[in-house]
Design a binder for this molecule. Structure first.
Ligand code: ASP
Length: 308
């Protein structure tokens, strides 16, 4: 496999690299289920999590991933960093890089932040933990790992529903689907679809019910209120839930084998009803478990591979 220096997005990975990361992740699922969840793989390595946007799953799973592999992990959030005192992003990045971490994990609201910093920082690998509406590569690896345990992604149809235009997860899935041969259907009101959506070469539906037959996965997205400029996109939460929410009645139309996924955080009663979120077909907590394994694999690959 081509060695990984940074992980900016799914766009940079070839199918062999994706496979390599998923194979390694599989072995880390097992480690996380042991009574003593510790391996020396990253002993002596330093990982800094620098998060300028809120996060529960991604930040915690990077932290747990590093700690389970014996790395030293430091967490910095925007509210406690010197950017609050007027320091530029570049100065913050250069300051942290001068402390010689092996990996800097970054989440930021601006697309391209990681590539930008990588141009200036030397000796540190950068991982994109979500940049604006651009990419979220470790979430997609997490979802692919979840599908692996259920027979794989090849030939499957994933129907992604909700706020497509602001979703880095949807965008990264569209890129991955092209590389790996699964189908993506997009479902959203026109106001929540990116302009020129046709260029992604996937089927687009405005009517959720029409997209359900033939779907193997219903992948629900949160409405990204932090990226909306106003209440422009739908009349009310109730109407949104009626048209685009996944409830038991809709899921029944999809059949018993159809899986429900969500990258979190969920807004129950908006894009997903509670009975579906907690139901038999939901794989949402599996995604969370797999997120730790994937981040263990990514950190390991960036620190020199599985022999590190
Ligand atoms: N956790 C995902 C992200 O960071 C999805 C979301 O926030 O709704 O993009």
């Amino acid at each position: 496999m081509k060695p990984l220096q940074h992980l900016f997005g799914i766009a940079q990975l070839d199918p062999d690299q994706i496979d390599y990361l998923l194979n390694m992740s599989e072995s880390f699922i097992e480690l996380s289920r042991r009574p003593i969840k510790k391996a020396p793989t990253l002993r002596g390595k330093t990982v800094i999590n620098l998060f300028f946007e809120n996060s529960t799953r991604t930040r915690t799973s990077f932290e747990i991933a590093g700690k389970r592999l014996s790395a030293d992990v430091i967490n910095i959030s925007a509210s406690t960093s010197a950017t609050k005192k007027g320091e530029t992003l570049l100065d913050t990045g250069q300051t942290l890089a001068a402390m010689q971490p092996h990996v800097l994990v970054i989440r930021h609201s601006i697309a391209g932040t990681c590539e930008f910093l990588a141009e200036y920082l030397t000796g540190t690998s950068i991982v994109n933990a979500g940049d604006g509406a651009h990419e979220h590569p470790t979430q997609i690896l997490t979802d692919l790992l979840t599908l692996r345990g259920l027979g794989g992604h090849a030939g499957r149809t994933m129907t992604i529903v909700g706020d497509i235009s602001h979703s880095r997860v949807a965008r990264s899935h569209l890129i991955a689907a092209k590389k790996l041969g699964y189908k993506v259907r997009l479902v959203a009101p026109k106001t929540l679809l990116p302009s020129q959506v046709e260029r992604y070469g996937c089927e687009v539906f405005y009517d959720f019910d029409a997209a359900i037959p033939g779907s193997d996965v219903l992948y629900m997205l949160r409405v990204q209120t932090e990226r909306l400029t106003s209440n422009c996109c739908f009349p009310s939460i109730r109407e949104y839930h009626e048209a685009y929410g996944l409830n038991a009645k809709r899921l029944a139309k999809a059949g018993n084998d159809c899986l429900v996924m969500h990258p979190g955080p969920m807004n129950r009663g908006v894009e997903i009803s509670t009975d579906v979120a907690d139901g038999m077909q939901s794989r949402i907590l599996d995604q969370v478990e797999h997120g730790v394994a994937v981040r263990m694999a990514v950190l390991t690959a960036l620190c020199g591979g599985d022999e590190a």
